[in-house]
Design a protein around this ligand. Structure first.
Ligand code: NAD
Length: 419
């Protein structure tokens, strides 16, 4: 019955089935919770700088409409397909429900390698993608945000394109916009800030002192960079970082601020220094206290999970840990504290929600208010997950996903099935 396939979708499905068995969800109600409500596939033609034309495939998947509009990022990546986008939309639903946000999950993407486009071509593609999506999105229907390969600038182009169509400025159509065009203070940093706030909560739980502890961060984009900076602020030594162009490891600690300056200027880690060059394949298995995968999904499989030497696994990326790795991490429960993705990286969508609320009301908050409300919601979800782990003796991913799935299921039952 499904148009969705591929390893990432299979992973989201397998995780859902585990949760459905655990919470004893009736068999005939499972498909209604798992399969997305809508999926849109589009072709986006653009003019290339050399005068030729090119067409890129784009997607948007809206998972469920039960709790409010859908919400989710837009990914520009050479490997995006509809199965991956659907999986990311499903995870987004459990994440929003766990955090108590009035949204269903969504996700979008274009199959494109962004560095292969000039800035003008990227603008053309971003605007055409939003133009094609206008019939299917809206501030009370589906609200976009950044994800891998997109940023504040792309969100500004999305917002401008939608606004031109509407005939007036509609800032609330996207979140993760620049502050200068209706964004909120604290959104750019929110995901990494949330990751590290929760890593510190986990450190408290296992009795780890942040001062002098060590961390490795995989992925040095928006989330990875901010996570590294926030770890540094708390006295944690960042000993390893990587992106798709380079991998650096130094047990004495890496110069985080210099790395951030280099990537801000050059976009990639390559060219920083050859001195600390390391093997990206073994980086995750190096000894450290806090491991932060902040790049791709499916980077930790079963064999890798056996090799991990960290004490806290803070899943900043979506879906970095595969189901076979979850089995291993379940066995290693006392050794490694896992902060599952739908909790760990929820800071991004929480502050996106604040941005949407501020845009709707045209009433803007100070950064300390944004951060205080962010940590309040993260702490509440963290405590709920820990309480559920203790009550049912389940691992953190099971506890977090069960809370999310149960909230969506409860709302569906109360609203009923039409007609
Ligand atoms: P980004 O595009 O800013 O950065 C992605 C980083 O991953 C880049 O440094 C890239 O070089 C690196 N990377 C790509 N392939 C890699 C590889 N094979 N090995 C090592 N590094 C690799 O994206 P982002 O916004 O930082 O998102 C990173 C992850 O966090 C994604 O899984 C995304 O879904 C998730 N996430 C992002 C947000 C957000 O607010 N941006 C919110 C929640 C979750």
């Amino acid at each position: 019955m499904s148009i969705y396939s591929g390893p990432v979708f299979e992973m989201a499905k397998s995780q859902f089935e585990t949760i459905a068995d655990y919470i004893e969800l009736p068999q005939d109600e499972r498909a209604r919770l798992l399969y997305p409500k809508r999926a849109i596939a589009i072709s986006c033609p653009i003019h290339r700088d050399d005068g030729s034309q090119a067409v890129f495939q784009g997607y948007r998947v809206q998972h469920h409409l039960t709790l409010g509009p859908t919400k989710g990022g837009t990914r520009f990546s050479a490997t995006v397909d509809i199965g991956e986008v659907a999986a990311l939309a499903i995870w987004m639903s459990w994440k929003c429900a766990l955090a108590g946000l009035p949204y269903g999950g969504a996700k979008g993407g274009i199959t494109v390698n962004p560095p292969s486009l000039s800035l003008r071509e990227l603008e053309g593609l971003s605007r055409r993608y939003m133009q094609e999506m206008i019939p299917f999105v809206g501030p009370h229907i589906d609200i976009m945000a950044p994800d891998m390969g997109t940023n504040e600038q792309v969100m500004a182009w999305f917002m401008d394109t939608y606004s031109i169509h509407a005939g007036h400025t509609v800032t609330e159509i996207v979140t993760g916009k620049p502050v200068a065009s209706g964004g909120t203070v604290g959104r750019r940093e929110a995901t990494g800030r949330g990751v590290v706030h929760l890593a510190m909560r986990a450190a408290e739980k296992i009795g780890l002192q942040p001062q002098g502890a060590t961390a490795i961060v995989q992925g040095f984009g928006n989330v990875g960079m901010v996570s590294a900076q926030e770890l540094l602020l708390r006295g944690v030594k960042v000993v390893g970082v990587s992106d798709h162009t380079a991998c650096l490891y130094d047990p004495a600690g890496l110069p985080v601020e210099a790395l951030v300056r280099h990537v801000t200027e050059n976009k990639v880690l390559a060219g920083f220094s050859a001195e600390a060059a390391a093997d990206p394949v073994t980086l995750l298995a190096q000894k450290c206290d806090i491991l932060v995968p902040a790049a791709l999904e499916r980077v930790i499989d079963g064999p890798m999970a056996r090799k991990l030497q960290c004490r806290i696994l803070a899943e900043a990326a979506n879906g970095p840990t595969m189901p076979d790795a979850d089995l291993v991490l379940g066995e290693r429960r006392g050794e490694i504290y896992v902060i599952p993705d739908i909790l760990c990286n929820a800071g991004g969508v929480i502050v996106s929600y604040f941005e949407w609320v501020q845009d709707l009301q045209q009433l803007f908050w100070e950064e300390n208010e944004v951060n205080a409300r962010l940590t309040h919601i993260l702490d509440r979800a963290f405590e709920q997950v820990n309480a559920r782990m203790a009550k049912d003796n389940v691992v953190s991913r099971t506890a977090a996903m069960a809370i999310g799935v149960e909230k969506v299921y409860a709302a569906k039952r109360l609203r009923g099935l039409f007609p």
